[in-house]
Design a protein around this ligand. Structure first.
Ligand SMILES: [Zn+2]
Length: 242
């Protein structure tokens, strides 16, 4: 099990791979562990057994099974953990419901989180911000954004605008490895864009392209660069069939 160490001290954040292209993010402070979006319990249980870390909490961004399908089993193994999930979800396991503007601290750690509601991909979708780390689930991807399954184009567009108010140095921890395909799509709209060409070059042979930074997203993500809702809708529809 490889734990990737980040340059900043705390927390360390490392991906646990799941399914085809999901990332379950593991936040580590001292011997404590927080898990974001455990779609599958098995790789998380393996990670805990290898790392000997102490699972304290699970954060869930939205109701899709590949983000919370592992919670029941993890909860059965660790019944004292605190689970945070969107207030607009309706899960059978016990959880603390959080929504726009919500703030909480994980007991026994220095880790604080702020919550933003980002409906569009699903209606319940939220993102978590810890210091300069953004856990954005399926709302924002590296050079892309989530498909609109439940919300409206308008909701997704407004959700993405919220990221523009955040610090550009923020690291972006998305829940899927879609980066190269997303850059290829962005290049199909803008084939000679140097920043996109450079981004493709730097991501092409990397096994894990995340986290990205909001700065990179502000500069190259076509969904954040869309000048209005009409342009956003047009490129989201084009991406759906790319
Ligand atoms: Zn999803």
């Amino acid at each position: 099990m490889i734990i990737r160490h980040q340059s900043s001290n705390k927390p360390q954040i490392t991906p646990i791979k799941a399914f085809q292209d999901n990332y379950i993010w593991a936040m580590i402070e001292d011997q404590n562990l927080i898990i974001v979006d455990p779609g599958d319990a098995k790789p998380v249980l393996e990670f805990i057994s290898h790392s000997k870390l102490n699972l304290l909490s699970i954060l869930i961004t939205h109701k899709h099974l590949d983000h919370m399908g592992g919670v029941d089993k993890l909860y059965a193994n660790y019944p004292n953990i605190e689970i945070y999930a969107p207030r607009d979800s309706n899960f059978s396991f016990p959880y603390k419901a959080v929504g726009e503007g919500g703030e909480f601290k994980i007991n026994g750690t220095s880790m604080n989180f702020k919550v933003l509601e980002t409906p569009g991909h699903t209606l319940d979708h939220i993102v978590y911000i810890n210091e300069s780390n953004l856990f954005c689930g399926d709302t924002l991807f590296a050079c892309g954004c989530g498909r609109i399954f439940e919300g409206t184009y308008n909701q997704m567009f407004e959700s993405l605008q919220k990221f523009k108010k955040l610090d550009a140095t923020m690291k972006v921890f998305c829940a899927h490895e879609y980066t190269v395909k997303n850059i290829e799509f962005a290049l199909s709209l803008n084939p000679t864009n140097k920043k996109l060409l450079n981004r493709l070059k730097s991501c092409l042979y990397q096994e894990i392209t995340l986290p990205s930074s909001l700065k990179e997203e502000f500069e190259t993500n076509p969904f954040l660069l869309a000048k209005d809702i009409n342009q956003f809708k047009e490129i989201r529809q084009q991406k759906d069939v790319f």
